[in-house]
Design a protein around this ligand. Sequence first.
Ligand SMILES: [Zn+2]
Length: 315
Amino acid sequence: MYRTKRKIKKGPIIAAILIVVIGVGGFFAFKEIRYRMSNTYKLLKIGYNETETNILIEKYDKEKLKELIQDKTLDSNIPKLLQQKYYLEKNLDRYLTYLKDNPEVSVKDAVSLVNVNRDRDFYEDMQETDTSKGDLMLVNKYYKLTKDFKLDDIVPISNQFAYEDNEIRKHVYERYRSMWNAAKEEGLLLIVNSSYRDYETQDAVWKDYAEANGEEWADNKAARAGSSEHETGLALDIVTNNVIMNEFENTEEFKWLQDNAYKYGFILRYPKGKENITGYEYESWHYRYVGEEVAKEIHDLDITFDEYYAYYLDK
Ligand SMILES: [Zn+2]
């Protein structure tokens, strides 16, 4: 028998194995290095959980994310804020400060409150409101009309629809009459109790209060000149027969307005439970004209005009 003993050369095999090992190892090492350089890894390392990390990567501004990683900032309010419906990036620092100063406030409420400037004092650093927004101009304790604001379409409201001496802008009057007629068909009676007031009148009202009982008391009773919605000619105080304002919420007329006012372009401007946001006590009688489209949106979204303005109009 003749057997050949094939000599196996080990050298090339070892070399091949080495190449494979180095190759595979290198591949994983490369992957690992790349992972360690990723934002995901860095965020997890800082202490964010997986969900928070994904939100930050998906929704946070790129520059701000870079900063956060550099500073190793761990603040779980940031991913929570990014998920809020009405989150506005320009307000981020103010949200965070507000939450720090008011730990009992929820993230959702902080967004609402800061968006409408409630982290600032009333009547301080008042801004002139943008009257070019027309029916959507915002007048409150942060945005005011100036003394020069004049309207040339103010008309008297007939005694059929209002108490004596009421005036309002013409197009608002037309919409109010349509609403009045619709209510009447249901056997209900709407009466305008108060309506347009010019700057001088508002000034006189507030000053009378302030002289009688001091500024703080006056601020609770009336808006300062330039800050009352009644000066826009877009607001109506509506009541019904023999009912004083505070009792209006118990009437059928009020219930009807809750369901129907928006169809005519009016919204309840200072709702119950939203005092913190509007800066006003609940007023079941105060209606503001914003036009049908926006009134419907505000009605459907169930938010205040202040919030709507901050998120949808002030851009
Ligand atoms: Zn009013």
